[in-house]
Every structure is written in structure tokens, then in C-alpha cells.
Design a protein around this ligand. Structure first.
Ligand code: GLU
Length: 401
């Protein structure tokens, strides 16, 4: 029998980041020598004390259904983290634990959006924001940013994008894929606009908070403008900060009615996040933070290397990112050239696919993030892998005719 997808499913595509990562994984499994700079995940192991906490939780028998909103110990650890690191005063009941950051976002949108609603999303932006919005039957309003503003959303552009139908602004800081980090003053400008539009809720995705370089400061919306607290969902997770992508623990802090709505949905969808992983997340948030510092130093070195190499390649332009572990070079001059396979590169997706098949380097095409022709390089890989990948990319670009 042919499976008929729902109308909602038909509105979305497969996540481009996940698809590219899987493609590279499949090629590796076939024995191909692929370097994957596609996955947005630290290549480090989860710190030992976190793994031990999970093991101890299993030994204690923490293996049954957890409370749907999260175990009290983790909700308390999240509230304490928000207070300690961000100056935010969420009570544990104003937090939720979900199966990865992605599910925090999905819960919030599914719980609040109706057909016809609009969601403002600065682009380039992470692939799933617009797709999840479409899944809910709402309209993503993409606000392009470019080199002229350093790939940052300006107050003017935000103001122009908001209509009476706008329900959410989805904001990602540090940004995937550009690595842009907003200053306190820039956030204050955006807050000024949001204060004039009380119908707009703010979803701030702070997942890359700890991945910042050059001593740049991190601030989040509610810390800048506390009066936005009642309409802001402050989202974060342990995946990137503690090398815990596979544990699938994301969390959010927000006003009680929003959190309750998300929990209600979660009672039907998952019954809560994995109990053992939640205990691991408690250890991550409350335990020693040495890994955070060490990984930051390692990523900064890798960033410097990859930006240096990419800038040396003809046809690429690359802004220095200050956060996350991505660079987002533009590749406009390479469009129209012919790859070694004979295929003419017409889009940034063609570029990424030809690079993968000819040079065995996996990156994610810019179209998936809403602004191109660009591509996203993840430098969550060893210095040797980055060096080798850049050599291959350089040879591939030099061979384009
Ligand atoms: N967020 C990461 C990325 O952008 C992981 C994959 C995903 O969930 O999109 O690559």
C-alpha cells in the first residue's frame, strides 16, 4: 500500500543538516574516505563525570518514566544555571526538559501557532526553524541579512518584517550557520522594536552560548530587557556545550502558561526526555566546567585555521565568526563553473554535492539556511581533518573550469 503523507508533512523537506550528515556517514560506512564538516556536533567525547553520573543513575534504577516536564533535580539545575550564567530568575516550574533543543522549538511552535500566523526568522538561519513553522501551517517570514550588516538582524529590518499576524521571532545567538554573536547594544536595539509589538513572542535559541571566542560577551533577551520575560522562551541545551548531542537533552525557560502548554503537548508526544540522560545533564550543569573552557580553546584554534585557509581560496569570501563552530563562506564567483565531473555548478547545492563526490568533503549548502550562494563548514573536527579537508577543497576549486 502506498503511504499518503499528511498535508503538513508535504509542506516540509528532510533536514538538510541531517541529510548531509547521513550521506557522509553512509559513504564512510561503504569505506569511502570522507571528511564530514557537515555535522553540527562536537567531535569530543562527553566528559567522564557526566557519563559516570548516567551510569550511577542506571544503577540506582532511574530507568522508569520521568515526570513529563523533567526530573525536579534537572529543572532546579536549569533554574540555577539561568540565574548563575544569564542573570535570569526562572523558577523550576517555569522550565521544561525536552528531547533535544529541537523538540523545545517544535513544542513551542506546535503549542501556539495557527494557520495564517507569521514567524519572523532572520536568515541565514538554522534549517529547522522555517520548516517547523511550515509544518504548523504558519508562514515563515525570512529576513535576509548579509555582509553589509555583518550578517546581523537590524532593528529596522525587524520592524519592517513584523505585522499584526506575527506570533514569534525566532532568534539564534550565537548563530548557526554564520557564527555571529550579538552585542548587548545590538540586542537592546532589537528589544526596543519588540517592546512596540506586544503580540510578538520571542524564541531565543542560545544553544551555542558557551562557544564564543575572542572574549566576546554573551547576553540573552530577557537579561537585556526583563519586561520581555512574559513573552520569551529562552532555549538552551547540553548538546553543544558538553559534547552531548546523542543524549538528546534540550531545555527552555519561559512564562508558566507557555511552559504548561508545551508540557501538555509533551504528555501526548514523548512522556518526557530519557531519564538517564536527564541525570547526565544534571551532572553537566552542576559539575566541573573544565570541558567548556578546554573545548572553547580548541574550537578557537580550529576556527582560526579554517578561516585562514578558506580566505586563501579564490572565489570564497569568509567573515570571521565569533561563536558556534561554523563558518559560512560565500561562493558566488564559483557559480557557473564546471566541476571535474562535467557538471556545471548552478547552485550552492551543486557545489556541495560536487565537492562531496569529487573531493570527499561534506559541507551543507547555503540554500538550506536561506541565504546563498554560500555553504556551511563545521570546524568541529580535528586540526588534521580540517587541514586535509581544506587541501582537498582548494584542489577541487582550482580544478573548476
Ligand atoms: N544543529 C546541528 C546542525 O545544524 C545538528 C543537526 C540538526 O539538528 O540540524 O548541524
Amino acid at each position: 500500500m502506498a503511504i499518503q503523507p499528511s498535508a503538513a508533512l508535504k509542506r516540509i523537506g528532510t533536514s538538510a543538516t541531517i541529510a548531509m550528515t547521513q550521506k557522509a556517514r553512509d559513504m564512510k560506512a561503504r569505506g569511502e574516505d570522507v571528511i564530514a564538516l557537515s555535522a553540527g556536533q562536537p567531535d569530543f567525547d562527553t566528559p567522564l563525570h557526566i557519563r559516570e553520573a548516567a551510569f550511577e543513575a542506571m544503577q540506582r534504577g532511574e530507568t522508569r518514566y520521568p515526570p513529563v516536564a523533567g526530573i525536579p533535580e534537572l529543572r532546579e539545575a536549569i533554574a540555577a544555571k539561568f540565574a548563575r550564567e544569564n542573570g535570569l530568575d526562572y523558577r523550576p516550574e517555569e522550565t521544561i526538559v525536552c528531547t533535544g533543543g529541537k523538540q523545545v522549538i517544535a513544542n513551542a511552535l506546535l503549542a501556539t501557532l495557527n494557520p495564517g500566523d507569521e514567524v519572523v526568522i532572520p536568515v541565514p538561519g538554522w534549517v529547522s526553524y522555517a520548516q517547523l513553522t511550515e509544518f504548523c501551517g504558519a508562514k515563515p517570514v525570512l529576513v535576509p541579512t548579509g555582509p553589509d550588516t555583518g550578517y546581523k538582524l537590524t532593528a529596522e529590518a525587524l520592524d519592517a518584517a513584523i505585522t499584526p499576524k506575527t506570533r514569534w521571532l525566532i532568534f539564534n545567538n550565537p548563530c548557526n550557520p554564520t557564527g555571529v554573536v550579538y552585542s548587548r547594544a545590538e540586542l537592546a536595539d532589537l528589544c526596543g522594536v519588540l517592546l512596540r509589538h506586544p503580540q510578538v513572542m520571542i524564541l531565543t535559541d542560545d544553544m551555542y552560548e558557551h562557544l564564543r571566542y575572542d572574549q566576546v560577551e554573551f547576553v540573552t533577551f530577557v537579561a537585556v530587557e526583563p519586561s520581555l520575560r512574559d513573552r520569551t522562551l529562552t532555549m538552551n541545551g547540553v548538546s553543544k556545550s558538553y559534547a552531548m548531542t546523542g543524549w538528546r537533552i534540550g531545555y527552555g525557560g519561559g512564562p508558566r502558561p507557555l511552559i504548561d502548554a508545551m508540557v501538555k503537548l509533551q504528555t501526548q508526544m514523548t512522556s518526557g526526555a530519557c531519564s538517564v540522560a536527564q541525570w547526565a545533564a544534571v551532572a553537566a550543569l552542576e559539575g566541573p566546567q573544565d570541558y567548556v573552557r578546554a573545548s572553547r580553546a580548541a574550537f578557537q584554534k580550529r576556527r582560526d585555521l579554517v578561516v585562514d585557509r578558506l580566505r586563501a581560496m579564490e572565489g570564497l569570501e569568509c567573515q570571521m565568526p565569533q561563536g558556534a563552530f561554523y563558518v559560512y563562506p560565500s561562493c558566488g564567483p564559483l557559480i557557473g563553473r564546471k566541476a571535474p565531473s562535467g557538471k556545471v555548478i548552478e547552485t550552492d547545492e551543486d557545489f556541495a554535492l560536487e565537492l562531496l563526490s569529487a573531493a570527499k568533503v561534506a559541507v551543507v549548502h547555503g540554500a538550506a539556511f536561506g541565504v546563498g550562494p554560500n555553504f556551511r563548514v563545521s570546524y568541529a573536527a580535528s586540526l588534521d581533518e580540517i587541514t586535509e579537508a581544506c587541501e582537498r577543497m582548494g584542489r577541487f576549486i582550482a580544478a573548476l573550469s
